[in-house]
Design a protein. Structure first.
Length: 217
């Protein structure tokens, strides 16, 4: 890969104390524990939940005794990716017939991203309600491919207010990692690209914020 010809597209929201978080989760806190004036250097204490902002879910997030992120090799978090444009679907459910035309594209991918356009509501109440989600049948169909991960530009792969996390379970039972709260998916090309979505190397991690980027030649 020619580094000089690479284009990097940031797919991550900024983490800040004022950022949106999943309902019921506390927002992150930043405390200036060390400053230039009192100790000669700057260091912040940052407190946040493991599924804050643009983040990745491990199977252990939903499933008893399942794998945590640190049990996956580092190369699992980078690979050939494609994006499906779902913005024309004028309903809250993405069904099999919406995605079957992309079968050949999915089969060549290690990561699949679903572009719904919902990230435009980031920072508003609308972000938390009515976002498109896969039907269980569509999720099972996608889970039949040899994917490393599935990413969305919404706050969850399950519907708002869900108490049974069916879509999470379908993918995570197959060790297909779930990436949520992506952004800038409209900037991605119709051709394949490389997705980098490395989590922090945290022991027993059920999830982690990531700096997701697309790498395009």
């Amino acid at each position: 890969m020619d580094v000089e010809k690479m284009k990097i597209i940031d797919l991550s929201h900024t983490i800040s104390p004022e950022m949106p978080v999943y309902p019921g989760t506390e927002p992150p806190t930043f405390t200036a524990e060390c400053t230039l004036d009192n100790v000669g250097f700057v260091e912040k204490k940052i407190t946040l939940y493991s599924h804050t902002g643009t983040h990745i879910d491990a199977p252990a997030h939903i499933i008893h005794e399942a794998r945590t992120l640190d049990q996956f090799s580092a190369d699992h978090f980078m690979g050939k990716s494609s994006v499906l444009d779902m913005t024309s679907i004028q309903r809250p459910t993405v069904d099999i017939h919406h995605i079957e035309p992309y079968q050949d594209l999915i089969a060549k991918s290690e990561f699949l991203l679903l572009y719904t356009g919902w990230s435009r509501w980031w920072g508003t109440d609308a972000y938390y309600q009515g976002y498109p989600v896969l039907s269980p049948e569509a999720a099972r169909w996608i889970a039949g491919f040899e994917l490393r991960g599935l990413g969305v530009d919404t706050i969850s792969v399950d519907p708002a207010g869900a108490t049974a996390f069916t879509i999470h379970e379908i993918f995570l039972h197959c060790n297909i990692l779930v990436i949520e709260n992506l952004t800038n998916l409209q900037a991605l090309p119709n051709t394949d690209f490389i997705l980098s979505c490395f989590p922090l190397n945290i022991e027993d991690a059920d999830g982690s914020p990531i700096r997701a980027v697309a790498i395009i030649e």
